[in-house]
Design a protein around this ligand. Structure first.
Ligand code: PRP
Length: 209
């Protein structure tokens, strides 16, 4: 199966990505850009959500409208995924948020789970896994694995930058999960960082770099 990779061609995304990548961008601006890019990517990632009809009374009469018929869960991968939640919530305020904590082992680059508390069975119809960076793809693949085990049926990944090899690795594990991204970079360095990328998203969001 060919990986389902959607890289936003939108000019606003392109413009904001240049600012986000810039090493001179301070944490306050960086957080703002992550929020804004998350909104734009989520707009694209949710284009196929089911809706149902309803009738609304306007000041002048009745109008046939539509409302969302699916419950959406946001699953930020700690830490950096947290920076995307506020933006997505601003357009989907009723979305549930379920956190998954994964950190990469610095030597092996393998993800280590340190937090996942999910209810006994899925409470949502669609999960959006949020993480700005998909480097080796290990963290994203592990998070989707946790959600699958939980029983989640429809899962989408919303990231910001992915590496080509990370996409390959992720899609081998989860070929049916589409990826919504702002950019794909070609190269991973020895420390597993995306090059040119934007550095460590968690550190830049939380001012810990
Ligand atoms: C970074 C990033 C992703 C992961 C990507 O998190 O935010 O979660 O690495 O790498 P992978 O695709 O190779 O798994 P990190 O583990 O540094 O933790 P942090 O968000 O707490 O800084």
């Amino acid at each position: 199966m060919t990986p389902q990779v959607h890289v936003s061609p939108h000019p606003l995304v392109n413009h904001k990505m240049a600012l986000l990548r810039d090493q001179r961008t301070d944490p306050k601006k960086f957080r703002e850009l992550v929020r804004e890019i998350s909104v734009l990517l989520t707009y694209e990632a949710t284009a196929d959500l089911a809706t149902e009809r309803l009738s609304i009374t306007t000041p002048l009469g009745q109008s046939d409208e539509r409302k969302l018929a699916e419950r959406v869960g946001l699953v930020p991968i700690l830490r950096a995924g947290l920076g995307m939640v506020e933006g997505v919530w601003s357009i989907m305020p009723n979305a549930e948020v379920w956190h998954i904590g994964l950190r990469r082992d610095e030597q092996t680059l393998e993800p280590i789970e340190y937090y996942a508390r999910l209810p006994v069975s899925p409470t949502v119809d669609v999960c959006l896994v949020l993480d700005p960076m998909l480097a080796t793809g290990g963290s994203a693949a592990a998070a989707v694995g946790i959600l699958r085990e939980w029983g989640a049926k429809r899962i989408k990944f919303v990231g910001i930058i992915a590496s080509s090899e990370g996409i390959h690795h992720f899609s081998e594990a989860h070929p049916d999960v589409p990826l919504f991204l702002a950019a794909v970079d070609q190269h991973l360095n020895d420390a597993g960082l995306i090059v040119p990328g934007l550095g460590d998203a968690g550190d830049r969001l939380f001012g810990t770099g």
